[in-house]
Design a protein around this ligand. Sequence first.
Ligand SMILES: *Cc1c(COP(=O)(O)O)cnc(C)c1O
Length: 393
Amino acid sequence: MTADDTAATGRRPAAPADLSTQAVLEVDLDAVVANYRLLAAKVGDRTVCAPAVKADAYGLGMALVAPALFAAGARLFFVAHLAEGLALRALLPEAEIAVLNGLVGPEVADIHAAGLTPVLNDMGAIALWRAEGHGRPAFVHIDTGMNRLGLDPDAAKALIERPDLLDGIALRGWMSHMACADTPGHPLNVQQLSLFHLLLRNLPQAPGSLANSSSIFLGAPYHFEIARPGCALYGINPTPAAANPMRAAVRLLAPVLQVRTVSHAGTVGYGATARVEPGQRLATISIGYADGFLRCLGNGVSLALDGRPVPVVGRVSMDLVTVDVSDLPEGSVVPGASRVEVLGETVTVDTLAAAAGTIGYEILTALGSRFRRDYHSSEFPECASSRRSAAPS
Ligand SMILES: *Cc1c(COP(=O)(O)O)cnc(C)c1O
Protein backbone atom coordinates (compact mmCIF):
# COMPACT_ATOMS: atom_id res chain seq x y z
CA MET A 1 0.00 0.00 0.00
CA THR A 2 2.06 2.90 -1.20
CA ALA A 3 0.40 5.16 -3.67
CA ASP A 4 -0.72 8.43 -2.23
CA ASP A 5 -2.84 9.78 -5.05
CA THR A 6 -2.38 13.32 -3.83
CA ALA A 7 1.38 13.01 -3.84
CA ALA A 8 1.24 11.16 -7.17
CA THR A 9 -0.50 14.00 -8.95
CA GLY A 10 1.76 16.45 -7.16
CA ARG A 11 -0.91 19.06 -6.81
CA ARG A 12 -3.37 19.95 -4.17
CA PRO A 13 -6.49 21.80 -5.21
CA ALA A 14 -6.93 25.23 -3.73
CA ALA A 15 -9.27 24.83 -0.83
CA PRO A 16 -12.21 27.21 -0.63
CA ALA A 17 -11.75 29.59 2.27
CA ASP A 18 -14.19 27.73 4.48
CA LEU A 19 -12.46 24.39 4.13
CA SER A 20 -9.63 23.22 6.27
CA THR A 21 -8.52 20.10 8.00
CA GLN A 22 -11.12 20.78 10.66
CA ALA A 23 -14.50 19.09 10.60
CA VAL A 24 -17.53 21.35 10.39
CA LEU A 25 -20.61 20.95 12.55
CA GLU A 26 -23.56 22.69 10.93
CA VAL A 27 -26.45 23.39 13.26
CA ASP A 28 -29.73 24.15 11.53
CA LEU A 29 -31.52 26.48 13.94
CA ASP A 30 -34.50 26.61 11.57
CA ALA A 31 -34.86 22.85 12.04
CA VAL A 32 -34.67 23.17 15.84
CA VAL A 33 -37.34 25.88 15.70
CA ALA A 34 -39.51 23.84 13.31
CA ASN A 35 -39.21 20.87 15.68
CA TYR A 36 -40.18 23.09 18.61
CA ARG A 37 -43.25 24.30 16.72
CA LEU A 38 -44.24 20.78 15.76
CA LEU A 39 -44.06 19.69 19.42
CA ALA A 40 -45.86 22.83 20.61
CA ALA A 41 -48.66 22.17 18.08
CA LYS A 42 -48.80 18.53 19.15
CA VAL A 43 -49.38 19.41 22.83
CA GLY A 44 -51.75 22.26 21.93
CA ASP A 45 -52.49 25.64 23.47
CA ARG A 46 -53.29 24.38 26.94
CA THR A 47 -49.81 22.92 27.45
CA VAL A 48 -46.63 24.95 27.70
CA CYS A 49 -43.80 23.53 25.60
CA ALA A 50 -40.63 24.01 27.68
CA PRO A 51 -37.38 22.98 25.98
CA ALA A 52 -34.77 20.92 27.81
CA VAL A 53 -31.45 22.57 26.93
CA LYS A 54 -29.26 20.72 29.41
CA ALA A 55 -25.84 19.37 28.41
CA ASP A 56 -25.23 22.35 26.13
CA ALA A 57 -28.52 21.75 24.32
CA TYR A 58 -27.63 18.09 23.82
CA GLY A 59 -24.26 19.05 22.36
CA LEU A 60 -25.62 21.47 19.75
CA GLY A 61 -24.63 24.59 21.70
CA MET A 62 -27.00 26.20 24.18
CA ALA A 63 -25.56 29.66 23.52
CA LEU A 64 -27.20 29.76 20.07
CA VAL A 65 -29.96 27.18 20.38
CA ALA A 66 -31.64 28.70 23.46
CA PRO A 67 -31.93 32.26 22.04
CA ALA A 68 -33.41 30.82 18.82
CA LEU A 69 -36.00 28.90 20.85
CA PHE A 70 -36.75 32.02 22.88
CA ALA A 71 -37.19 33.99 19.66
CA ALA A 72 -39.61 31.27 18.54
CA GLY A 73 -41.69 31.76 21.69
CA ALA A 74 -40.29 29.42 24.34
CA ARG A 75 -40.34 31.06 27.78
CA LEU A 76 -39.66 28.20 30.20
CA PHE A 77 -36.45 26.14 29.91
CA PHE A 78 -35.09 23.14 31.76
CA VAL A 79 -31.40 22.60 32.53
CA ALA A 80 -29.79 19.92 34.68
CA HIS A 81 -27.01 21.76 36.49
CA LEU A 82 -26.89 25.04 38.37
CA ALA A 83 -23.95 26.14 36.18
CA GLU A 84 -26.08 25.54 33.08
CA GLY A 85 -28.81 27.66 34.63
CA LEU A 86 -26.39 30.48 35.34
CA ALA A 87 -25.05 30.35 31.78
CA LEU A 88 -28.57 30.35 30.39
CA ARG A 89 -29.58 33.29 32.58
CA ALA A 90 -26.74 35.32 31.04
CA LEU A 91 -28.17 34.51 27.61
CA LEU A 92 -31.84 34.96 28.39
CA PRO A 93 -32.51 37.55 31.11
CA GLU A 94 -36.28 37.15 30.77
CA ALA A 95 -36.73 33.39 30.54
CA GLU A 96 -37.94 31.17 33.33
CA ILE A 97 -35.21 28.60 34.01
CA ALA A 98 -35.78 25.44 36.02
CA VAL A 99 -32.82 23.46 37.39
CA LEU A 100 -33.57 19.73 37.41
CA ASN A 101 -30.74 18.43 39.56
CA GLY A 102 -32.22 20.06 42.59
CA LEU A 103 -31.24 21.93 45.66
CA VAL A 104 -28.81 20.74 48.29
CA GLY A 105 -27.94 23.96 50.10
CA PRO A 106 -24.87 25.99 49.20
CA GLU A 107 -26.28 26.99 45.81
CA VAL A 108 -29.30 28.86 47.22
CA ALA A 109 -27.55 32.23 46.92
CA ASP A 110 -26.72 31.62 43.23
CA ILE A 111 -30.27 30.45 42.55
CA HIS A 112 -31.62 33.68 44.01
CA ALA A 113 -29.05 35.92 42.37
CA ALA A 114 -29.86 34.49 38.94
CA GLY A 115 -33.59 34.16 39.56
CA LEU A 116 -33.60 30.43 38.77
CA THR A 117 -36.40 28.04 39.68
CA PRO A 118 -35.15 24.99 41.55
CA VAL A 119 -36.68 21.56 41.19
CA LEU A 120 -37.10 20.16 44.71
CA ASN A 121 -36.37 16.45 44.73
CA ASP A 122 -36.74 15.50 48.40
CA MET A 123 -38.22 16.65 51.70
CA GLY A 124 -34.90 18.21 52.69
CA ALA A 125 -34.94 20.46 49.64
CA ILE A 126 -38.56 21.36 50.34
CA ALA A 127 -37.69 22.36 53.91
CA LEU A 128 -34.70 24.34 52.66
CA TRP A 129 -36.74 26.26 50.08
CA ARG A 130 -39.43 26.98 52.70
CA ALA A 131 -36.76 28.47 54.91
CA GLU A 132 -34.66 30.25 52.31
CA GLY A 133 -36.77 30.51 49.19
CA HIS A 134 -38.30 33.91 50.07
CA GLY A 135 -41.60 32.66 48.68
CA ARG A 136 -40.14 32.24 45.21
CA PRO A 137 -41.35 29.50 42.85
CA ALA A 138 -40.08 25.94 42.73
CA PHE A 139 -41.09 22.73 41.06
CA VAL A 140 -41.47 19.58 43.10
CA HIS A 141 -40.39 16.35 41.42
CA ILE A 142 -42.19 13.16 42.38
CA ASP A 143 -40.74 9.81 41.35
CA THR A 144 -43.55 7.72 39.88
CA GLY A 145 -41.53 4.71 38.80
CA MET A 146 -37.99 5.48 37.71
CA ASN A 147 -36.46 5.24 41.17
CA ARG A 148 -33.94 7.83 40.09
CA LEU A 149 -34.71 11.35 41.29
CA GLY A 150 -37.62 12.97 43.06
CA LEU A 151 -39.78 12.38 46.13
CA ASP A 152 -40.78 8.77 46.44
CA PRO A 153 -44.55 8.23 46.39
CA ASP A 154 -44.67 7.76 50.18
CA ALA A 155 -43.12 11.18 50.70
CA ALA A 156 -45.65 12.56 48.23
CA LYS A 157 -48.45 10.95 50.28
CA ALA A 158 -46.99 12.55 53.39
CA LEU A 159 -47.38 15.90 51.62
CA ILE A 160 -51.02 15.05 50.90
CA GLU A 161 -51.56 14.64 54.66
CA ARG A 162 -49.41 17.65 55.59
CA PRO A 163 -49.82 20.25 52.83
CA ASP A 164 -48.60 22.80 55.39
CA LEU A 165 -45.09 21.42 54.74
CA LEU A 166 -45.28 23.42 51.52
CA ASP A 167 -46.35 26.67 53.20
CA GLY A 168 -44.36 29.61 51.93
CA ILE A 169 -43.35 27.90 48.68
CA ALA A 170 -44.78 29.29 45.45
CA LEU A 171 -45.51 25.95 43.83
CA ARG A 172 -44.65 26.31 40.15
CA GLY A 173 -45.60 22.76 39.32
CA TRP A 174 -45.53 19.06 40.12
CA MET A 175 -43.30 17.11 37.81
CA SER A 176 -42.43 13.49 37.20
CA HIS A 177 -40.37 11.72 34.56
CA MET A 178 -41.25 8.75 32.35
CA ALA A 179 -39.04 5.67 32.19
CA CYS A 180 -40.26 3.92 29.03
CA ALA A 181 -42.04 6.52 26.93
CA ASP A 182 -40.16 5.49 23.77
CA THR A 183 -41.90 2.09 24.04
CA PRO A 184 -45.61 2.91 23.68
CA GLY A 185 -46.85 -0.50 24.83
CA HIS A 186 -44.76 -0.65 27.97
CA PRO A 187 -46.97 -1.27 31.05
CA LEU A 188 -44.95 1.20 33.14
CA ASN A 189 -46.30 4.07 31.01
CA VAL A 190 -49.90 3.75 32.21
CA GLN A 191 -48.74 2.91 35.72
CA GLN A 192 -46.74 6.13 35.97
CA LEU A 193 -49.56 8.11 34.38
CA SER A 194 -52.22 6.84 36.80
CA LEU A 195 -50.00 7.34 39.84
CA PHE A 196 -49.21 10.90 38.73
CA HIS A 197 -52.94 11.58 38.19
CA LEU A 198 -53.80 10.17 41.60
CA LEU A 199 -51.17 12.30 43.33
CA LEU A 200 -52.13 15.49 41.47
CA ARG A 201 -55.78 15.02 42.43
CA ASN A 202 -54.84 15.00 46.11
CA LEU A 203 -51.90 17.38 46.33
CA PRO A 204 -52.21 21.18 46.46
CA GLN A 205 -53.22 22.61 43.10
CA ALA A 206 -50.35 23.38 40.67
CA PRO A 207 -49.52 22.69 37.02
CA GLY A 208 -48.46 19.14 36.20
CA SER A 209 -45.48 18.21 34.04
CA LEU A 210 -44.79 14.64 32.96
CA ALA A 211 -43.91 14.50 29.27
CA ASN A 212 -40.48 14.34 27.70
CA SER A 213 -40.28 14.17 23.88
CA SER A 214 -41.45 10.58 23.51
CA SER A 215 -44.29 11.04 26.01
CA ILE A 216 -45.71 13.83 23.85
CA PHE A 217 -46.34 11.15 21.21
CA LEU A 218 -48.09 8.86 23.71
CA GLY A 219 -51.10 11.14 23.48
CA ALA A 220 -52.96 13.96 25.21
CA PRO A 221 -53.37 12.26 28.63
CA TYR A 222 -49.60 12.56 29.08
CA HIS A 223 -49.36 16.26 28.25
CA PHE A 224 -50.65 17.99 31.42
CA GLU A 225 -49.82 21.72 31.68
CA ILE A 226 -46.09 21.70 30.90
CA ALA A 227 -44.18 19.41 28.50
CA ARG A 228 -40.38 19.14 28.64
CA PRO A 229 -39.08 17.95 25.26
CA GLY A 230 -35.36 17.64 24.64
CA CYS A 231 -34.16 15.06 22.13
CA ALA A 232 -36.90 15.65 19.54
CA LEU A 233 -35.95 19.32 19.26
CA TYR A 234 -32.52 18.21 18.15
CA GLY A 235 -33.75 15.76 15.52
CA ILE A 236 -33.61 12.48 17.43
CA ASN A 237 -36.56 10.22 16.67
CA PRO A 238 -38.92 10.30 19.68
CA THR A 239 -40.95 7.43 18.19
CA PRO A 240 -38.29 4.77 17.51
CA ALA A 241 -40.81 2.23 16.22
CA ALA A 242 -42.09 4.62 13.52
CA ALA A 243 -40.69 7.07 10.98
CA ASN A 244 -38.99 10.11 12.49
CA PRO A 245 -41.42 13.06 12.51
CA MET A 246 -38.62 15.51 13.38
CA ARG A 247 -36.21 17.41 11.13
CA ALA A 248 -32.49 16.67 11.27
CA ALA A 249 -30.82 19.58 13.07
CA VAL A 250 -27.12 18.79 12.70
CA ARG A 251 -24.75 17.95 9.90
CA LEU A 252 -21.21 16.93 10.66
CA LEU A 253 -18.84 17.03 7.71
CA ALA A 254 -15.30 15.70 7.95
CA PRO A 255 -12.79 16.77 5.30
CA VAL A 256 -10.82 14.22 3.32
CA LEU A 257 -7.13 14.56 4.19
CA GLN A 258 -5.69 11.92 1.90
CA VAL A 259 -6.79 9.46 -0.78
CA ARG A 260 -4.83 6.34 -1.66
CA THR A 261 -5.22 3.46 -4.04
CA VAL A 262 -4.07 0.26 -2.42
CA SER A 263 -1.21 -1.25 -4.42
CA HIS A 264 -0.48 -4.34 -2.29
CA ALA A 265 -2.81 -6.45 -0.17
CA GLY A 266 -2.56 -5.33 3.43
CA THR A 267 -4.47 -4.04 6.38
CA VAL A 268 -5.80 -0.72 7.61
CA GLY A 269 -5.28 1.05 10.90
CA TYR A 270 -4.45 0.04 14.46
CA GLY A 271 -4.59 -3.64 15.19
CA ALA A 272 -4.62 -4.46 11.46
CA THR A 273 -8.29 -5.42 11.79
CA ALA A 274 -9.39 -4.81 8.17
CA ARG A 275 -7.87 -6.41 5.04
CA VAL A 276 -7.67 -4.45 1.82
CA GLU A 277 -6.89 -5.60 -1.71
CA PRO A 278 -4.97 -3.96 -4.55
CA GLY A 279 -7.10 -1.46 -6.42
CA GLN A 280 -9.25 -0.61 -3.42
CA ARG A 281 -9.46 3.12 -2.83
CA LEU A 282 -9.33 4.56 0.67
CA ALA A 283 -9.90 8.06 1.98
CA THR A 284 -8.71 9.21 5.38
CA ILE A 285 -10.92 11.83 7.00
CA SER A 286 -10.41 14.31 9.80
CA ILE A 287 -12.54 12.92 12.61
CA GLY A 288 -11.92 10.46 15.40
CA TYR A 289 -13.05 9.28 18.78
CA ALA A 290 -11.71 12.48 20.36
CA ASP A 291 -14.48 14.23 18.39
CA GLY A 292 -17.17 11.89 19.68
CA PHE A 293 -17.04 9.55 16.70
CA LEU A 294 -17.20 6.49 18.90
CA ARG A 295 -14.42 3.96 18.56
CA CYS A 296 -16.93 1.09 18.46
CA LEU A 297 -18.04 2.41 15.02
CA GLY A 298 -14.87 1.02 13.43
CA ASN A 299 -15.31 -1.61 10.71
CA GLY A 300 -19.03 -1.19 10.60
CA VAL A 301 -21.02 1.84 9.76
CA SER A 302 -21.25 3.53 6.34
CA LEU A 303 -20.79 7.28 6.13
CA ALA A 304 -21.75 9.23 3.01
CA LEU A 305 -19.93 11.11 0.30
CA ASP A 306 -21.93 12.83 -2.42
CA GLY A 307 -24.89 10.83 -1.15
CA ARG A 308 -23.14 7.50 -1.64
CA PRO A 309 -22.27 5.11 1.17
CA VAL A 310 -18.60 4.96 2.15
CA PRO A 311 -17.99 2.23 4.74
CA VAL A 312 -15.56 2.77 7.60
CA VAL A 313 -12.56 0.48 7.18
CA GLY A 314 -10.45 -0.48 10.19
CA ARG A 315 -10.49 0.99 13.64
CA VAL A 316 -11.41 4.54 14.53
CA SER A 317 -8.33 6.47 15.67
CA MET A 318 -8.28 9.48 17.96
CA ASP A 319 -8.20 11.99 15.07
CA LEU A 320 -8.70 9.90 11.94
CA VAL A 321 -11.09 7.50 10.26
CA THR A 322 -10.53 5.63 7.00
CA VAL A 323 -13.40 4.98 4.59
CA ASP A 324 -13.64 2.91 1.43
CA VAL A 325 -14.34 5.12 -1.58
CA SER A 326 -13.84 2.45 -4.25
CA ASP A 327 -17.44 2.86 -5.45
CA LEU A 328 -17.06 6.55 -6.22
CA PRO A 329 -15.82 7.72 -9.61
CA GLU A 330 -12.07 7.96 -9.72
CA GLY A 331 -10.87 11.50 -9.16
CA SER A 332 -14.10 12.56 -7.50
CA VAL A 333 -12.67 12.35 -4.00
CA VAL A 334 -10.35 15.28 -3.49
CA PRO A 335 -8.29 15.98 -0.38
CA GLY A 336 -8.98 19.43 0.96
CA ALA A 337 -12.21 19.72 -1.03
CA SER A 338 -14.31 16.60 -0.44
CA ARG A 339 -16.15 16.27 2.82
CA VAL A 340 -17.67 13.11 4.20
CA GLU A 341 -21.03 13.31 5.92
CA VAL A 342 -20.59 11.80 9.35
CA LEU A 343 -24.01 12.94 10.56
CA GLY A 344 -26.86 14.44 8.60
CA GLU A 345 -29.77 13.55 6.34
CA THR A 346 -28.14 10.35 5.04
CA VAL A 347 -26.27 9.23 8.13
CA THR A 348 -28.88 10.12 10.72
CA VAL A 349 -28.12 10.44 14.39
CA ASP A 350 -30.31 7.40 15.01
CA THR A 351 -28.48 5.36 12.34
CA LEU A 352 -25.14 6.16 13.93
CA ALA A 353 -26.53 5.40 17.38
CA ALA A 354 -27.90 2.02 16.31
CA ALA A 355 -24.57 1.12 14.72
CA ALA A 356 -22.78 2.05 17.93
CA GLY A 357 -25.24 0.18 20.14
CA THR A 358 -26.33 3.36 21.86
CA ILE A 359 -28.97 6.09 21.59
CA GLY A 360 -28.98 9.36 19.65
CA TYR A 361 -28.70 11.29 22.92
CA GLU A 362 -25.24 9.86 23.53
CA ILE A 363 -24.11 10.52 19.95
CA LEU A 364 -25.09 14.21 20.17
CA THR A 365 -23.86 14.87 23.71
CA ALA A 366 -20.54 13.19 22.87
CA LEU A 367 -19.86 15.59 19.98
CA GLY A 368 -16.45 17.11 20.53
CA SER A 369 -15.14 20.64 20.71
CA ARG A 370 -12.71 20.56 17.77
CA PHE A 371 -15.22 21.43 15.09
CA ARG A 372 -15.85 24.66 13.38
CA ARG A 373 -19.47 25.30 14.23
CA ASP A 374 -21.79 26.97 11.73
CA TYR A 375 -25.21 27.99 12.97
CA HIS A 376 -27.76 28.69 10.24
CA SER A 377 -31.05 30.47 10.66
CA SER A 378 -33.02 32.14 7.92
CA GLU A 379 -35.86 33.12 10.25
CA PHE A 380 -33.68 34.49 13.08
CA PRO A 381 -30.47 35.61 11.35
CA GLU A 382 -29.43 37.40 14.54
CA CYS A 383 -29.14 33.94 16.14
CA ALA A 384 -26.85 32.57 13.43
CA SER A 385 -23.09 32.55 13.66
CA SER A 386 -19.95 30.79 12.62
CA ARG A 387 -17.25 30.10 15.11
CA ARG A 388 -14.05 28.19 15.17
CA SER A 389 -13.69 25.96 18.17
CA ALA A 390 -11.54 27.30 20.96
CA ALA A 391 -9.68 24.04 21.14
CA PRO A 392 -6.84 23.76 18.65
CA SER A 393 -7.16 20.94 16.15
C1 LIG B 1 -33.62 15.27 29.86
C2 LIG B 1 -34.95 15.39 30.48
C3 LIG B 1 -36.06 15.73 29.69
C4 LIG B 1 -36.03 15.76 28.18
O1 LIG B 1 -36.11 14.41 27.76
P1 LIG B 1 -36.08 13.99 26.20
O2 LIG B 1 -36.25 12.51 26.25
O3 LIG B 1 -34.74 14.36 25.68
O4 LIG B 1 -37.17 14.68 25.53
C5 LIG B 1 -37.26 15.97 30.35
N1 LIG B 1 -37.36 15.85 31.69
C6 LIG B 1 -36.32 15.49 32.48
C7 LIG B 1 -36.51 15.36 33.94
C8 LIG B 1 -35.08 15.23 31.90
O5 LIG B 1 -34.07 14.86 32.66
